[in-house]
Design a binder for this molecule. Structure first.
Ligand SMILES: Cc1cc2nc3c(=O)[nH]c(=O)nc-3n(C[C@H](O)[C@H](O)[C@H](O)COP(=O)(O)O)c2cc1C
Length: 184
């Protein structure tokens, strides 16, 4: 089982990147493969129909689509921006949905996470992300991992301060691997 993990933030000190890195670590501990990528390395212009008509899909969107196709499941940590997904994540998904010949998201299993400095852990953004991914044929598992007060959740090495969160994360990825394994 191969899982591709990324965050919907390109920020250098992104809390969501820290969270998805821990998720990737938990996946490897469970005996599966995990690849962490940074969307900073897949820059894409803001989706514009005229741009697509003139130049087609950006090379980075195709590259990311091929990477997704080479994995069985996705682990996505999304920031919550104004009660929805980040612009970066939405734009990335919109371009991916235009890589028609590869149809990269259809049939993938995904597990969703969110880290927020706020008290609700980014839950509102994940409602939208789930709906967007479902529309594109992604099987999003029911459990989701929320990390409220995320600015206080990590130690200097990027591990959870609270060991209970590490246990919950291990259970969460185990569920994703189990569902992805059954669907494979
Ligand atoms: C434009 C904007 C809107 C935001 N809206 C929300 C929000 O609705 N809910 C929330 O919990 N945090 C919100 N935040 C705070 C982000 O969750 C916070 O900046 C978070 O650290 C961003 O994720 P990152 O650390 O992975 O970059 C917002 C931040 C920005 C810049």
């Amino acid at each position: 089982m191969k899982v591709l993990g990324f965050a919907g933030s390109a920020r250098r000190d992104s809390l969501n990147k820290r969270l998805v890195r821990l998720g990737a670590h938990a996946i490897r501990s469970a005996g599966a493969e995990a690849t962490f990528i940074d969307l900073e390395d897949f820059p894409m212009p803001l989706y514009h129909g005229d741009l697509e008509a003139a130049q087609g899909v950006p090379a980075q969107a195709r590259e990311l689509a091929e990477l997704i196709r080479a994995h069985d499941a996705l682990l996505i940590a999304s920031p919550e921006n104004n009660a929805s997904v980040s612009s970066l994540l939405k734009n990335t998904i919109d371009w991916l949905s235009r890589v028609r010949d590869l149809d990269p998201l259809a049939g993938k299993v995904a597990a969703l996470m969110a880290a927020s400095p706020g008290g609700f852990g980014g839950v509102r953004g994940l409602y939208h992300l789930r709906a967007i991914l479902n529309t594109l044929g992604v099987e999003v598992i029911a459990p989701q991992f929320l990390l409220p007060h995320a600015h206080q959740a990590f130690d200097a090495e990027g591990n959870f301060v609270d060991l209970k969160q590490a246990e919950q994360l291990a259970k969460f990825v185990s569920r994703m691997l189990s569902v992805a394994g059954k669907l494979a």
